[in-house]
Write a protein that binds this ligand. Structure first.
Ligand code: UDP
Length: 231
């Protein structure tokens, strides 16, 4: 069993069948799973995405910096919704933000985050890295390393790692036992390259689980089911 982990929850896991915005039933499913994992005694940090509201790289606003700040603010909205739901289930939970949003969240610092985790609080890290041109995958890699997590559990809609995009290339082949080096050297799009590089440099394994199966997260942590492990 893990002592401390970081779970990356994609924004779409909070959107339910609508596929955008927030869905209270979907948020409950994720919150219940996180509480279950915390109840197993696992110290739990969570990085939440924002793709249910906005993805900077897909949006046509003049300045990429502005679009990315909009994306980061989307992750803050998700974090607040998830954090309150976790608290309503009777768990201690803190929302920290990489951007200064002091009316609604504590600004992230490593020492406070580690202390809250050691006190068995679930800690949600919002606003990714706090910098444009990054993604919440990179935010997850960074926070996992900073808090001393043993692994990142990464919610993504992937079943296997292919040597090229199977949606574009019908001859794409599955890579058996893929590594972070494969992702980096072949520029595979299953996660951001900066995130893969940070994990590689810091020996941080990543366990992928299907993004739309948030209800399986606790089974993954308890070892009842296995995810795709890349290191
Ligand atoms: N973002 C950013 N810097 C970060 C993290 C996120 O600028 O460190 C912005 C970026 O525009 C991104 C959006 O926030 O597209 C939402 O994050 P992401 O796409 O990673 O969310 P997910 O797809 O995981 O739900």
């Amino acid at each position: 069993m893990y002592k401390r982990i970081l779970i990356k929850v994609s924004g779409e896991a909070l959107a339910g069948s609508k596929g955008y915005g927030l869905d209270t039933a979907a948020i409950h499913v994720v919150a219940e799973q996180l509480c279950k994992i915390s109840d197993m005694g696992v110290e739990l940090g969570v990085v939440i995405g924002g793709g249910n509201f906005w993805r900077g790289r897909d949006c046509k606003i003049e300045d990429r910096v502005t679009t990315d700040y909009i994306g980061m603010l989307g992750t803050a909205m998700n974090a607040l919704a998830l954090g309150d739901t976790i608290k309503s289930l009777g768990h201690e939970c803190d929302v920290m933000s990489a951007l200064d949003l002091h009316e609604v969240a504590d600004t992230f610092d490593t020492r406070t985050a580690r202390k809250k985790l050691a006190d068995k609080h679930i800690v949600i890290f919002s606003c990714g890295t706090g910098h444009p041109y990054f993604s919440t995958d990179t935010g997850a890699a960074l926070r996992a390393i900073e808090i001393g997590a043993e692994a990142i559990l990464m919610g993504k809609a992937i079943d296997a790692v292919y040597d090229s995009d199977p949606k574009k290339n019908p001859n794409a082949k599955i890579i058996e036992n893929p590594t972070l080096d494969d992702i980096i050297s072949m520029n595979l799009q299953i996660m951001d390259i900066p995130a893969a590089s940070l994990c590689k440099q810091n020996n941080m394994p990543i366990v992928f689980f299907p993004a739309n199966e948030a209800s399986n997260m606790s089974d993954l942590v308890s070892g009842k089911i296995s995810g795709l492990i890349i290191k």
